[in-house]
Design a protein around this ligand. Structure first.
Ligand code: ATP
Length: 368
């Protein structure tokens, strides 16, 4: 168990700045998720904690000790990569036991080894595979064994790089729950990298959102979901993606599209009539309701499992709405909708990604 502190971490590969001036404090025992699209610098951050890349600037401290110049082996971290390296000539059971036999972890008795392996294989649902060789496993099973190899090893910090990426959706969901349990049980500090927002929201005690090597927001899943710091974070979370419209403030309302539909200015936003803003409305927060003041017509209704994704034509814009399917609205029919004031996200006007207006909770200012 240990805290992890990154201070002004920077890493450049040629002309690419993979990580830029990253400062993060990860608490002892925390399950900390790094979320971001491909190329955001997630793996580079993880490797910097492990000591697998030479950083250009900043420091890495584990449990309060500066380990910036300490060899990976002496950092007592265990890292799982997306690619799953296993010994091909060893069985699953032998593969899992080997990290407990080598080096500094060699102090474990046979009974303790069995207990640890048992706990991890049960959690990962691989205890029926112990006698098999890696070549006799599916990709998903191999990935779980590789993750098992990391988790059996007692370490101060677990570093997990997209460890569930090769699993199918159902298995991912159940493994997510199991991993969360394992994290809570072992109480080991875990840094978990993913580009999957659902995984991040489900697993993280806190989430750091990275974009092009820069920390955009840090907070609890609730904070990141309810108060995205900018349109990039808002878009990164949620499927279908959040609707973003240009708007103009008019008294206590914000007129959107051609001006014929509007939403309230949320309580935490200070804006004056005439101000140009951008408004984000999550598809799951817009509710089909006979008394709703948002009036449109359904252009497309697409069933997505239990829900129906509606494309609604409103005020010259297309609004995506996630409906339950019980409302009985079909293509071509008129629809009334409502949204709670607190579900209206307001951002600065402009091109590209723009900043949230109103309360941020614990965003970058608080983190640094
Ligand atoms: P992914 O989700 O695709 O794994 P990531 O967020 O983990 O992405 P990194 O692997 O940290 O991103 O890469 C960040 C940037 O640094 C990318 O632009 C990548 O191309 C670059 N990069 C990473 N490793 C190297 C390397 N060894 N040599 C050159 N460029 C690198």
């Amino acid at each position: 168990m240990a805290s992890v502190t990154l201070k002004n971490l920077s890493k450049t590969f040629g002309k690419t700045q993979a990580v830029r001036d990253l400062t993060v404090d990860i608490a002892d025992g925390e399950f900390f998720v790094i979320l971001g699209p491909s190329g955001a610098g997630k793996t580079t951050t993880l490797k910097s904690i492990a000591g697998l890349v030479d950083i250009d600037g900043g420091t890495v401290a584990i449990d309060g000790t500066d380990v910036t110049n300490v060899e990976p082996y002496h950092r007592n971290v265990a890292m799982a990569f997306e690619s799953y390296a296993l010994y091909p000539q060893k069985t699953v059971s032998e593969n899992l036991a080997s990290p407990l036999k080598s080096g500094r972890t060699g102090k474990y008795t046979a009974a303790q080894q069995t207990e640890r392996i048992d706990q991890v294989t049960t959690t990962l649902g691989i205890n029926h595979l112990l006698k098999r060789f890696p070549r006799e496993l599916s990709n998903g099973q191999r990935q779980r064994v590789a993750l098992g190899r990391v988790l059996v090893r007692p370490a101060d910090v677990y570093l997990l790089d997209e460890p569930l990426s090769h699993l199918d959706a159902k298995l991912r969901a159940s493994m997510r729950a199991e991993l969360k349990q394992l994290g809570a049980m072992s109480n080991t500090t875990t840094v978990y990298v993913t580009h999957d927002y659902q995984e991040a929201l489900a697993l993280g005690d806190r989430i750091a959102v990275l974009r092009e090597g820069v920390l955009v927001q840090i907070g609890t899943p609730e904070e990141i979901w309810r108060r995205p710091a900018d349109t990039f974070v808002a878009r990164a979370l949620g499927q279908p993606e959040i609707n973003v419209f240009d708007g103009v403030v008019d008294g206590g309302r914000i007129r959107l599209g051609d001006g014929t539909f509007d939403v309230p200015v949320p309580a935490d936003v200070t804006a004056s009539s005439g101000d140009r803003v951008r408004v984000g409305l999550r598809p799951c927060d817009v509710h089909v309701s006979e008394t709703g003041s948002l009036k449109g017509s359904v252009q497309l209704a697409e069933r997505l499992g239990r829900n129906v994704e509606l494309t609604v034509q409103i005020g010259g814009e297309q609004l995506i709405v996630l409906a339950s399917g019980r409302e009985g609205v079909g293509e071509g029919s008129p629809v009334s909708m409502s949204i709670a004031d607190s579900d209206v996200h307001v951002f600065e006007a402009g091109e590209g990604d723009t900043t949230r207006l109103g309360a941020h909770d614990k965003t970058l200012e608080a983190a640094q």
